[in-house]
Write a protein that binds this ligand. Sequence first.
Ligand code: SF4
Length: 957
Amino acid sequence: MSYKHKPSIIEKIAETLHIIPNLHDVEDPGLPRLTGPGKLTDYPPPDKWNDWEEYEATRWSKKETRHYSIVPTTCFNCESACGLLGYIDKETGEVRKFEGNPYHPASRGKNCAKGPATINQIKDPDRIMYPMKRKGGRGEGEWERVSWDEALDDIAGRIRKALQEGRNNEIAYHVGRPGHEGYMDRVLKAWNVDGHNSHTNVCSSGARFGYNIWHGYDRPSPDFANAKFILLISAHLESGHYFNPHAQRIMEGMMDGAKLAAMDPRLSNTASMANYWLPTNPGSEAAVLLAMAKIIIEEGLMNEKFVKDWVNWDEYLQKQHPGTEVTFENYKAKLLAEYAEYTPEFAEQESGVKAAVIREVALEIGKAGSRFAAHNWRSAGSGNLGGWAVARALHFLNVLTGSVGTVGGTSPNSWNKFKPTFFDNPPAQKFWNELHFPNEYPLAFFEMSMLLPHFLKEGRGKLDTYFTRVFNPVWTYPDGFSWIEALSDEEKVGMHIALTPTWNETAYFADYVLPMGLASERHDINSYETHSGVWVAFRQPVLREFARREGKDFTFTYEVNPGEVWEEDEFWIELSWRIDPDGSLGIREHFLSPYRKGEKITIDEYYQFIFENIKGLPEKAAEEGLTALEYMKKYGAYEVSSANYELHKKEIPADQLAGATVDKATGIISKNGVNIGVEIDGKAMVGFPTPSRKQEFYSQTMVDWKWPEYTIPTYIKSHVHEEKMDREKGDFPLVPTFRLPVLIHSRSANAKWLTEIANRNPVWMHTSDAERFGLKSGDLIRVNTDIGYFVDKVWVTEGMKPGVVACSHHLGRWRRPQDKEGNRWATNTVKIENKEKGKWKMTTLNGIKPYESDDKDSKRIFWSDGGVHQNITFPVHPDPISGMHCWHQKVRIEVAHPEDKYGDIFVDTDKSFAVYKEWLSWTRPAPGPNGERRPIWFHRALRPAPETFYLNQKDKK
Ligand code: SF4
């Protein structure tokens, strides 16, 4: 078939003169168009995924076509793990592009810009293709290629020796981008190592603590699509983290009439689309939320039935107001008295948001009632001393409106998250590692990861073998020079193994750099609370599945991935076998096939077992004549359940009630000394996993753990409160936490499309503040922190609250001249000097430049500004309760000094150690009741054996 219409004279002339391609002599195969009018949501049908033919975009005028094998996987560029379809050219075996997977229940075929940009990452000319071992001194930049066998044997021997010598606490695994749904917990338990460390304390501990103290769940799951009013205290989440699945549903809710309010001192993309922008002073959010709570109570908009049934108001009266008759009317009266000072006018004074607006939004929330959806993740929860109180105050609004777990309300995360069943569960480790869970922070959520360099410096312990997994603390964390000092010291860190897809600032200080796959090059399962429903997705190495479809023989994923890029799953199995070559350590037994007695488990068998044990999946697969594993390989995702509401009302089955007792006063149902539910209206319900099995307005836990001033939702003044500012001297609160929607912390630097869109991070400053300094956009300023300074450009904008400045946290990536070339789309070349102990200086030698590579686009780089590394100039600010690093900084801003150059950085790590000590002095250490290290009812990552929860195990009762 050729083009049907006859060429016009003009077309003929243009074709003859080769001004346009000759379109009339070309045979057109007449393939269906998926993007024609009304067809934007069409995708290739799954029955054609083994052989999908479509036009070749780079040869459009010739009407050439290509045949593809389409393999589903999931995106790795933020936590939400949206579905992707990898298109593999059947002729060349090359992955050509990624598009959305319509069978993924959370992303539903849609992605943000970071999803399809996965193709840039796998084709990045600077990526690490082979295992590398350092030559020369650590951090000197010399590397040699080694085999996987050599690396595995070396690392395994070291771990085996440490375990045999009882140095279990010297082995640590530190994860940046998590996932894996329990995979690493299994590995570390099998090793009997309390070695899990994570990035949580620089991310979400504040919000987690605030939610947990209410109801034993540490994350919210808003039902945006069905809400009538949505309140977000999270520019981070909805513009970067759960960006796409949440954004879709917020838009659906709004199209259905929901109103949106965004609380943020910066006019974020989300705030710009909202009905209400509430530009609060950083750290004042809880004051505003408590004022809203007061209005809701005063206006009679409280859901009394929910509060009466599901809040421990009676315990509050008994403990806080002994002698007062325990009636709900008395509770309401006390409630109003508790919050009497939180008038809208007080909230305006603290926040700078007009009292009338606060009142209007409060009434909207009250009217939305059980359809009020809210979220707080990083943002205020992670920025401020006492930031956890923001999430607690926000959830108070959900409690008052009875929107906990309702349609259009906000559910606990665990209701909408899948938990896998494993073929084998090693016993919990018998160790408690105080390098990760120190006694000073008994309530922290979770590991005090940002303090590790200081703990090592103080001699609290050392690390024999330290794995970092997709983790870059030198750059992402505060106080990166303290990390460089720790990682450079072989006495403190015996061996550092960086498991990473790309070179990064932390990997430069490793002994082994082991290349791990990007999204489409590794196995994993994912499940997140993106909406009301439970789903599970399968991240699979697409070239492995392609090889299987093509009948190719292989054993390990690195045999089909580019170079020798591997994946952690198979790596940990192989490493575990080599740590325990004869089975005498009891490790090997946890890595045996559930299907082939005595033989090593394969990665297919690992996932086969999990998928076979998902409710309904084997039956669904059988409808197509597939096994559960085959189904997941084919579709990449499965919806386990939908519409999970009011699960706290689930009745306890009669067989579980046998032998249980009910406390007549509280209604708490317990069995074998454990609270299992609560009696409401004569029915035995599971309730919430708190000591009272209810929402805890009053927290006895806070009293027991020495914080009686915070027994109920409270406002805590931030370390960047106005009272701390000397405005005459140029003090400002700096908000350094906001995300750009197209970037990821330190993993978008190898994506050329994303870096092309966003490549610098100026300091946002309001016009009125800029006028005071005589600044215009592009001028240089020196931003002084408590431990040093950075020199950046200023961006003058009306989109920033006056008196507050902000700087995005993605940019300012760097490498030194001696380092391997990596991420050159985004890295400045810098010089780092450390002429005097503790005094570090960084200067930019050059910015981003075009370069020669296999990718022609690398010569076309037109941007030169790679931004400024601000985080490295921040001291650690560990919140004494939640353990959250409080990111906001009180900074002193000056017009740049004559000698200052863009990107200059100075830090004094002696000062950063002193700031750490100061914040540490505010803690109230364990033990708590009964000698406990941590409340037993709190979550703990990689929960160790019960007896380890007691500082002296003889205290165990
Ligand atoms: S929201 Fe974007 S970055 Fe995150 S998983 Fe989805 S496509 Fe990837």
